[in-house]
Design a protein around this ligand. Structure first.
Ligand SMILES: C[S@@+](CC[C@H](N)C(=O)[O-])C[C@H]1O[C@@H](n2cnc3c(N)ncnc32)[C@H](O)[C@@H]1O
Length: 115
């Protein structure tokens, strides 16, 4: 990512995208509304956060350790017209404060989820 001066440690799990239909169903099951603040921990290309904003009107934040995926997510949010409601942080999910969050989504390995 342009302007990055440092590196975070490597990912705990590599990027594998959730199929769009599955992601939408997850958000429906969580009954996401425009009142929600949705965090995707390990957000990949940003699709869950972008759909939370685009389809359900929520505010969303994606937390991702791979800087090129953060950049791609920001571009995807711009293209989807939701850059005002979908933000992406280049950050370790284990360093993330989720106190204000109303919905958390995860697609991680079981051992990483337990941690
Ligand atoms: C299986 S993918 C899921 C991507 C996205 N949530 C989805 O459902 O399409 C897991 C993502 O977590 C990221 N990741 C792994 N370890 C991480 C960490 N410690 N902090 C933040 N992101 C991490 C990976 O780079 C990858 O993009």
């Amino acid at each position: 990512m342009a302007g990055c001066q440092t590196r975070l440690r490597g990912p705990d799990i590599l990027f594998v995208a959730t199929p769009d239909a599955v992601g939408l169903e997850m958000l429906r099951l969580a009954r996401v509304t425009a009142e929600d603040l949705v965090y995707d921990l390990g957000s990949g290309d940003g699709r869950l956060v972008i759909d939370a904003a685009r389809v359900f009107g929520a505010r969303g934040v994606g937390v991702e350790i791979e800087p090129q995926l953060v950049q791609q997510s920001r571009e995807n949010a711009l293209k989807a017209g939701v850059a005002d409601r979908a933000r992406f942080l280049w950050q370790d999910l284990f360093e993330t404060d989720v106190h204000a969050v109303t919905v958390v989504t995860l697609y991680l390995r079981d051992d990483v989820k337990l941690k």
